[in-house]
Design a protein around this ligand. Structure first.
Ligand SMILES: Cc1cc2nc3c(=O)[nH]c(=O)nc-3n(C[C@H](O)[C@H](O)[C@H](O)COP(=O)(O)OP(=O)(O)OC[C@H]3O[C@@H](n4cnc5c(N)ncnc54)[C@H](O)[C@@H]3O)c2cc1C
Length: 360
């Protein structure tokens, strides 16, 4: 009988978990190695908006759009009702001509989107006090608690015979005849036929034995979680000065606007209070919003802003998957990369996002 290929996935965030899950489904012998807590770093500190609204190139839009559909299928397959919801988005981060431009862009791409006026917005969100003149409604979008999704996939990996090890830091890669043969870790060497680096923002640090570095422009972001409140909003709201959503358990998750930079000069607690007061001003809700978790995450962002997925040239058997919007992209990236690694198919959607565009 042919031996199963042994694959090590470095990183247990939503990207590593998804790749490992798909590799197990295709019959590989999989080990996930995580230096810290299972479920990932960025994935535990993410807003978790699943969307294809913002894509800086047509190819990136195609990838994101396919990814939203893949997430829909994954939710059904893994019964992710407690951690994924499809409530749609109302967007008015910009107004006036910029909003119209964004709307036309979505229409040109054939994306499900509607331009709403004040009354229509009010009907969809009756608790909104500060109603904008216009907003873009994108009904097919959703949100995920990314670390919980990752943990569900990790549990499926162990159910399927794979292994998931936390507290295991990969320090370097080992090669035999130019092909990867194992990894060096703080708990010893582990052999393998292939390695996937799904190390998120840490990818910029490189790894011993791998002469390839990914240039990155990682960015910090603040996320505030509140205690549960009565049903307040029905959609993901991306407003002019704050974005927020209500989770299945009634809690709110909020962050600063997406295009905004994290203000390093402000204390996290002050910034969190500021973010919550921006929400309070927008809603008819008299009780104070109580922050229960304030998180500062690091967004993994390759230097050109686009995902980096595929084999690393000159390092046989070594693959990488690092990206922002990794929550949106994870289920699709997992399927496509696993299929590629195990030679079942190579999808043209990934062509513009290969690591080979960074020569070093
Ligand atoms: C504030 C914020 C808001 C965001 N909002 C959105 C959003 O709305 N929608 C969206 O799609 N995306 C969003 N993102 C981005 C998204 O969260 C990330 O793209 C995604 O979580 C990346 O997942 P990952 O698995 O690659 O990384 P991570 O979750 O960071 O996982 C990488 C893991 O690798 C481990 N690791 C690293 N090096 C090693 C090593 N040498 N050995 C062992 N383990 C190692 C790390 O410990 C970590 O657990 C946001 C991110 C942030 C921070």
């Amino acid at each position: 009988m042919k031996q199963k290929p042994k694959i090590i996935v470095v990183g247990s965030g939503i990207i590593g978990a998804s790749i490992a899950f798909s590799c197990v489904s295709l019959g590989a012998d999989v080990v996930v190695l995580e230096q810290n807590k299972l479920g990932g770093a960025a994935s535990s500190n993410s807003f978790g908006w699943i969307n294809a609204s913002f894509a800086e190139s047509p190819a990136y839009f195609e990838l994101r759009n396919a990814a939203v559909n893949a997430f829909r299928n994954l939710k059904t397959e893994l019964n992710l009702n407690g951690s994924v919801s499809w409530q749609g988005t109302l967007w008015w981060e910009d107004g006036g001509q910029e909003l119209k431009k964004q709307f036309n862009n979505l229409l040109d791409r054939g994306y499900a989107a509607k331009l709403l006026n004040k009354n229509e917005i009010k009907n969809l969100e009756p608790n909104l006090k500060d109603v904008p003149d216009a907003a873009i409604f994108t009904p097919l979008e959703g949100a995920a608690e990314a670390d919980r999704v990752a943990l569900t996939m990790l549990a499926k990996i162990t159910d399927g015979g794979g292994r998931v090890i936390s507290g295991c830091k990969v320090e370097g890669l080992q090669f035999k005849k130019n092909r990867v043969s194992g990894v060096k870790t703080n708990i010893g060497k582990i052999s393998c036929d292939m390695v996937v680096l799904a190390t998120g923002a840490d990818a910029q640090n490189g790894l011993l034995g791998c002469e390839w570095n990914l240039p990155m422009q990682n960015k910090k972001g603040l996320i505030v979680q509140t205690s549960p409140v009565p049903d307040l909003i029905n959609h993901i709201l991306m407003t002019n000065d704050v974005h927020f959503k209500q989770n299945v358990d009634g809690t709110l998750t909020a962050g600063e606007i997406f295009s905004g930079d994290f203000d390093e000069n402000m204390l996290a607690l002050d910034l969190a209070s500021d973010v919550l007061s921006r929400i309070s001003k927008k809603l008819n809700f008299s009780t104070n919003l109580i922050p229960t978790n304030i998180k500062i995450g690091v967004r993994p962002v390759p230097i050109d802003g686009f995902p980096v997925v595929g084999k690393i040239d000159g390092h046989k058997g070594v693959f990488v998957a690092v990206m922002h919007s990794g929550v949106t992209l994870a289920p699709l990236i997992g399927q496509l990369l696993a299929a590629e690694m195990l030679n079942t198919s190579k999808n043209p959607l990934l062509k513009p996002f290969r690591p080979s565009r960074f020569v070093n």
